[in-house]
Design a protein around this ligand. Structure first.
Ligand code: CP
Length: 332
């Protein structure tokens, strides 16, 4: 049984197959191929796009989605093995996964890192615990990676650029008032490099580099595909000639769990906002972001309202790629 936890576990050919299926589903969105099927969607964190697109996508294919918010409208869950459960959680993931596997055909989980200890969070133990105990396929709806967002991004880039290999893809850190999850940034590196793009990671200083497991994977995929992987702290070098600017803010990993200390670095980098002047340095580049996005904090109104902004296309494509993932995992 295959899960969709990270695109690292999926071959390029498998991912191409998902994207081809998503293109077909975009042309022909209402079908009955998941009639009688169901998915449980567990959100440990807020969502707008993921919740709406999974729920609607399942309905458009004739199935049913059940949204659960453990700790709010469902019992809180303990994920660690061997714990004496004297805290807030009323049940263990072993039973939650077992019960939902009896009821449903698929389980989705959003579980952001706990933002206390990156050496623990980087193992992605919460979703791996669900996958271990579930007897149906599990879909990652964002943990330390966001593989559904990756597929939507690549579908969008292919629609606008055609063949993406050797196109310059810039992942830029952006200003934001507080440290955020690295998941979408990790994922952007993985998918752009896996598809042979010339990937540049732009961040203000070494403290904002991503976890070595993702930077190493990006370098490895670049070596395999003939693409490239470049790290820079130089805004002009990064934007010059870019075909795609992909923006995300994230917390500095050496300061993980210590946001007040991180602020002393972060406050110096408001100029990493994506604006029209920076986009003018690109090669008529596209701009995108996973959303939600704080306007005039991460990117200006001018960038968000420009013809080259494809963030809404990417958000729409979440619907199509996730339908493809559900069909694929169920072999339908
Ligand atoms: N991009 C994304 O996953 O959006 P939500 O957090 O609204 O689901």
């Amino acid at each position: 049984m295959q899960h969709f936890l990270s695109t690292v576990d999926w071959t390029r050919e498998q991912l191409d197959g998902l994207l081809r299926l998503a293109i077909d589903l975009k042309q022909d969105p209402i079908q009955e191929r998941l009639h009688g099927k169901s998915i449980a969607l567990m959100f440990l964190n807020p969502s707008m796009r993921t919740r709406t697109s999974f729920d609607l996508g399942m309905q458009q294919l004739g199935g049913i989605a059940i949204v659960l918010q453990p700790g709010k409208d469902a019992w809180g869950i303990e994920f660690d093995a061997g714990t004496i459960m004297e805290g807030e959680a009323e049940e263990h993931i072993a039973e939650v996964a077992g019960v939902l596997s009896r009821y449903c055909d698929l389980i989705g989980l959003r579980a952001f890192p706990k933002f206390r200890d990156w050496s623990a969070d980087r193992e992605d133990a919460v979703i791996r615990s669900l996958a271990k105990h579930a007897s149906v396929p599990v879909i990652n709806m964002e943990t330390i990676v966001h593989p559904c967002q990756e597929l939507a991004l690549m579908m969008t880039l292919s629609e606008h650029l055609g063949e993406v290999s050797r196109k310059k893809f810039v992942l830029t850190w952006t200003w934001h008032p507080r440290p955020l999850n690295t998941a979408v940034a990790n994922s952007a590196l993985l998918i752009a490099s896996k598809f042979g793009m010339d990937v540049t990671l732009l961040c203000p200083e070494e403290a904002y580099r991503l976890d070595p497991q993702f930077e190493s994977a990006a370098q490895g995929f670049a070596d395999q595909t003939g693409g490239s992987y470049t790290l820079t702290h130089d805004i002009e070098q990064a934007y010059t000639g870019a075909d795609v600017v992909y923006a995300k803010s994230w917390g500095a990993l050496p300061y993980y769990g210590r946001p007040e200390e991180e602020w002393e670095l972060r406050k110096n980098y408001r100029h990493f906002i994506v604006d029209e002047e920076k986009m003018a340095m690109t090669h008529n580049g596209l701009f995108s972001h996973c959303l939600p996005l704080r306007r005039n904090v991460k990117a200006t109104d001018g960038v968000m309202d420009a013809n080259y902004c494809v963030a809404l296309d990417e958000a729409e494509n979440r619907l199509h790629v996730q339908k493809a993932v559900m069909l694929n995992l169920l072999g339908l």
